[in-house]
Design a protein around this ligand. Structure first.
Ligand code: NAP
Length: 313
């Protein structure tokens, strides 16, 4: 049982349990810093809902996002990282300390803070989207793909996620319609090539979804051609939306500096605008969305936090 107490001045508190946070946790715990990691949802962040991670070094055959998360967790816990399911609602600097407020009302004090809250899938914002969540609209192919066995589905987006997850979804769906608002996909070349060559995937360029329609479940999409304005219908039983990510930084408003899209601004040493507070991974301004980068940044943030403690406490 981990003791949470306002009377303890922790060495480091980490907010977010994706690859960046778990790596920061590994380094802090191994450096014998008294460290807590808070995760409000599922450990692993975006990789927890990624079927196969193929570009993280050391796994020549690829590794499932779930398995990689478990390995990160086990390694960090072996050195004593304490991982807790809690939501952080506010952070502030008070004198030389960082105050971390939890949604449950508890207040914790720390010498340093590492922010790794990651990002979440962006919504399309069209009629029917909210209404049909869990009834045909999904943001996670790994979680929901198997529900669409033998039926036609659509995937919206043109980046790495949309292409990679379209390929995964061909295991279940009879047809995957990949709908993109432009002529060209923006995904990595090898993903584009695989998608365009796949017999079960139909690429539909220059179209946006105007509406998601159905009865009890999704039955189809209303599409608009971005060049001609022409409207059309597409009959599908599911729609997977992969149109990018938004940073989980709402709880930081008024504390550390954010860029105009809400990502945390840091320098190359992962230092934020607040003394003793560092950020790493997909929440950071300029993030690349790569596990290898998140892991590297988590490592830098932890090393910088350790140096900060040595210099200031
Ligand atoms: P992304 O790279 O930001 O791509 C988002 C796609 O959605 C773009 O094609 C964009 O169109 C489209 N889009 C955005 N808003 C839209 C809207 N309102 N309506 C219709 N389309 C819209 O996002 P992502 O694919 O989720 O990837 C996020 C990050 O994770 C990236 O850095 C990516 O490289 C990384 N990632 C990497 C891998 C891998 O390495 N295998 C796998 C998954 C993700 P435009 O092209 O017109 O802007």
């Amino acid at each position: 049982m981990v003791e949470l107490s306002e009377d303890i001045l922790y060495d480091c508190i980490i907010v977010g349990g994706g690859p960046a946070g778990l790596t920061a946790g590994l380094y802090c715990a191994r450096a014998k810093l008294n460290t807590l990691l808070f995760e409000k949802g599922t450990l692993g962040g975006q990789i927890a809902i990624t079927d196969l991670v193929e570009n993280y070094p050391g796994f020549p055959e690829g590794i499932s996002g779930k398995e990689l998360t478990q390995r990160f967790k086990q390694q960090a816990e072996r050195f004593g990282l304490k991982i807790l399911r809690r939501e952080v609602s506010k952070v502030e600097r008070v004198g030389t300390e960082i105050f971390v407020h939890l949604r449950t009302g508890e207040l914790l004090r720390s010498k340093t803070l590492i922010l790794t809250p990651g990002s979440t899938p962006r919504r399309l914002g069209v009629p029917g989207e909210e209404e049909f969540i869990n009834r045909g609209v999904s943001y996670c192919a790994t979680c929901d793909g198997a529900l669409f066995d033998g039926v036609p589905i659509a995937v919206v987006g043109g980046g790495d996620s949309a292409t990679q997850e379209s390929l995964f979804l061909t295991r279940f769906a009879s047809n995957v319609y990949l709908i993109h608002r432009r002529e060209q996909l923006r995904a990595q070349k090898h993903l584009q090539e695989k998608v365009l060559a796949h017999p079960k995937i139909t690429f539909i360029p220059n179209k946006v979804v105007e509406e998601i329609r159905g009865g009890d479940f999704v039955e189809g999409l209303k599409l608009r051609d971005t060049k001609t304005g022409e409207l059309s219908e597409l009959a599908v039983e599911g729609v997977f939306i992969f149109i990018g990510l938004e940073p989980n930084t709402g709880f930081l408003k008024g504390s550390v500096k954010l860029d105009d899209k809400g990502y945390i601004v840091t320098d190359e040493r992962m230092r934020t605008s607040m003394d003793g507070v560092f950020a790493a991974g997909d929440c950071r301004s300029g993030a690349t969305g790569q596990v290898a980068v998140a892991v590297g940044e988590g490592c830098i943030a932890a090393i910088e936090a350790e140096k900060y403690i040595e210099a200031n406490f």
